[in-house]
Design a protein around this ligand. Structure first.
Ligand code: NI
Length: 139
Protein backbone atom coordinates (compact mmCIF):
# COMPACT_ATOMS: atom_id res chain seq x y z
CA UNK A 1 0.00 0.00 0.00
CA UNK A 2 1.37 3.38 -0.95
CA UNK A 3 -0.01 6.82 -0.24
CA UNK A 4 -0.21 9.53 -2.89
CA UNK A 5 -1.14 13.16 -2.18
CA UNK A 6 -2.12 16.22 -4.13
CA UNK A 7 -1.94 19.73 -2.71
CA UNK A 8 -4.48 22.33 -3.88
CA UNK A 9 -5.28 25.83 -2.75
CA UNK A 10 -8.31 28.07 -2.44
CA UNK A 11 -9.38 31.13 -0.52
CA UNK A 12 -12.75 31.80 0.96
CA UNK A 13 -14.63 33.99 3.39
CA UNK A 14 -16.56 32.84 6.40
CA UNK A 15 -17.85 33.67 9.83
CA UNK A 16 -18.11 31.37 12.82
CA UNK A 17 -21.20 32.43 14.67
CA UNK A 18 -23.75 30.51 16.71
CA UNK A 19 -27.02 32.42 16.51
CA UNK A 20 -28.25 30.84 19.76
CA UNK A 21 -25.51 32.69 21.65
CA UNK A 22 -24.90 36.33 22.55
CA UNK A 23 -22.31 38.38 20.64
CA UNK A 24 -20.08 38.23 23.72
CA UNK A 25 -20.25 34.43 23.86
CA UNK A 26 -19.54 34.14 20.13
CA UNK A 27 -16.55 36.41 20.46
CA UNK A 28 -15.29 34.50 23.48
CA UNK A 29 -15.49 31.15 21.65
CA UNK A 30 -14.64 32.07 18.07
CA UNK A 31 -12.42 35.14 18.52
CA UNK A 32 -11.70 36.99 15.26
CA UNK A 33 -13.55 34.27 13.28
CA UNK A 34 -16.83 35.63 14.78
CA UNK A 35 -16.30 39.02 13.10
CA UNK A 36 -19.75 40.11 11.95
CA UNK A 37 -18.67 41.37 8.53
CA UNK A 38 -16.76 38.25 7.48
CA UNK A 39 -13.06 37.60 6.94
CA UNK A 40 -11.03 35.35 4.70
CA UNK A 41 -8.55 32.51 4.90
CA UNK A 42 -6.05 31.08 2.45
CA UNK A 43 -6.85 27.39 2.66
CA UNK A 44 -4.42 24.64 1.72
CA UNK A 45 -6.00 21.30 0.89
CA UNK A 46 -4.07 18.04 0.77
CA UNK A 47 -5.94 15.02 -0.52
CA UNK A 48 -4.28 11.63 0.06
CA UNK A 49 -5.30 8.43 -1.68
CA UNK A 50 -3.90 4.95 -1.16
CA UNK A 51 -3.52 1.83 -3.24
CA UNK A 52 -1.07 -0.30 -5.16
CA UNK A 53 0.62 0.89 -8.35
CA UNK A 54 -1.07 -0.12 -11.58
CA UNK A 55 1.31 -2.50 -13.44
CA UNK A 56 0.87 -0.63 -16.73
CA UNK A 57 1.54 2.89 -15.43
CA UNK A 58 3.26 2.45 -12.07
CA UNK A 59 0.69 4.92 -10.72
CA UNK A 60 -1.85 4.51 -7.93
CA UNK A 61 -3.64 7.47 -9.46
CA UNK A 62 -2.83 9.89 -12.26
CA UNK A 63 -2.08 13.05 -10.25
CA UNK A 64 -3.15 15.29 -13.11
CA UNK A 65 -6.56 13.64 -13.04
CA UNK A 66 -6.70 13.85 -9.24
CA UNK A 67 -5.88 17.56 -9.42
CA UNK A 68 -8.59 18.12 -12.05
CA UNK A 69 -11.07 16.18 -9.96
CA UNK A 70 -10.33 18.16 -6.78
CA UNK A 71 -10.55 21.42 -8.67
CA UNK A 72 -13.74 20.66 -10.56
CA UNK A 73 -15.67 18.98 -7.74
CA UNK A 74 -14.33 20.74 -4.64
CA UNK A 75 -12.19 23.86 -4.85
CA UNK A 76 -14.15 25.49 -7.70
CA UNK A 77 -17.21 25.31 -5.44
CA UNK A 78 -15.54 27.19 -2.57
CA UNK A 79 -12.79 29.35 -4.12
CA UNK A 80 -13.51 33.08 -3.72
CA UNK A 81 -16.85 32.18 -2.13
CA UNK A 82 -18.50 32.96 1.16
CA UNK A 83 -18.70 29.57 2.89
CA UNK A 84 -21.74 30.59 4.94
CA UNK A 85 -23.76 32.03 2.07
CA UNK A 86 -22.58 30.68 -1.29
CA UNK A 87 -21.77 27.01 -0.79
CA UNK A 88 -24.69 24.58 -1.01
CA UNK A 89 -23.04 21.72 0.88
CA UNK A 90 -22.23 24.01 3.86
CA UNK A 91 -25.82 25.23 4.22
CA UNK A 92 -27.04 25.06 7.85
CA UNK A 93 -23.61 23.99 9.09
CA UNK A 94 -21.03 25.89 11.07
CA UNK A 95 -18.42 27.04 8.52
CA UNK A 96 -15.56 25.41 10.41
CA UNK A 97 -12.52 23.76 8.89
CA UNK A 98 -13.68 20.48 10.43
CA UNK A 99 -17.05 20.60 8.66
CA UNK A 100 -15.45 21.63 5.38
CA UNK A 101 -13.05 18.67 5.50
CA UNK A 102 -15.93 16.25 6.18
CA UNK A 103 -17.91 17.61 3.22
CA UNK A 104 -14.87 17.45 0.94
CA UNK A 105 -14.42 13.82 1.96
CA UNK A 106 -18.03 12.96 1.08
CA UNK A 107 -17.67 14.52 -2.37
CA UNK A 108 -14.32 12.97 -3.24
CA UNK A 109 -15.25 9.52 -1.91
CA UNK A 110 -18.03 9.38 -4.49
CA UNK A 111 -15.97 10.87 -7.33
CA UNK A 112 -12.64 9.06 -6.94
CA UNK A 113 -13.65 5.79 -8.70
CA UNK A 114 -14.21 7.81 -11.90
CA UNK A 115 -10.45 8.41 -12.21
CA UNK A 116 -8.87 5.34 -10.58
CA UNK A 117 -9.99 1.77 -10.10
CA UNK A 118 -7.34 0.98 -7.49
CA UNK A 119 -7.10 4.16 -5.38
CA UNK A 120 -9.08 4.62 -2.18
CA UNK A 121 -9.50 7.92 -0.37
CA UNK A 122 -7.24 7.96 2.70
CA UNK A 123 -7.41 11.46 4.16
CA UNK A 124 -8.34 15.07 3.75
CA UNK A 125 -5.93 17.52 5.35
CA UNK A 126 -7.12 21.10 5.37
CA UNK A 127 -5.09 24.08 6.57
CA UNK A 128 -7.06 27.18 7.55
CA UNK A 129 -3.87 28.98 8.55
CA UNK A 130 -0.25 27.81 8.36
CA UNK A 131 -0.53 26.72 12.00
CA UNK A 132 -4.13 25.45 12.20
CA UNK A 133 -5.23 22.41 10.25
CA UNK A 134 -7.54 19.42 10.48
CA UNK A 135 -7.28 15.89 9.13
CA UNK A 136 -10.17 13.59 8.33
CA UNK A 137 -10.00 9.86 7.66
CA UNK A 138 -13.68 9.22 7.04
CA UNK A 139 -14.86 8.22 10.52
NI1 NI B 1 -11.95 32.29 10.34
Amino acid sequence: MIFVSRHEHFNAAHKLYNSNWSSEQNEAVFGPCANENWHGHNFELIVTVKGTPDPDTGFVVDLKKLSQLIRSKVTSRVDHKNLNLDVDFMKDKMASTENLAIEFWKILKVELPAISHNAKLHSIKLYETPRNFVEYFGD
